[in-house]
Write a protein of this length. Structure first.
Length: 66
């Protein structure tokens, strides 16, 4: 399994021998809903052989359903 130090949070240092800062918190990627939906009102997401739907309502809310 992956640990907190497996994903770099920024660009690699120029000096490859420089230690990485393992004390930095593991922050999640941020993706805008516009980047996911690409102008559509619904997106199908396949997760472990189950299809989920991310839908944007006319009020601008997001709903995730099976």
């Amino acid at each position: 399994m992956s640990g907190a130090g497996d994903r770099a949070s920024g660009p690699m240092p120029d000096d490859a021998s420089a230690p990485l800062d393992d004390a930095a918190p593991d922050t999640p990627r941020v993706v805008t809903s516009d980047a996911l939906l690409l102008g559509d009102s619904q997106l199908a997401i396949l997760h472990e052989r189950t299809v989920y739907f991310l839908r944007k309502t006319r009020f601008g809310k997001l709903i995730l359903t099976k």
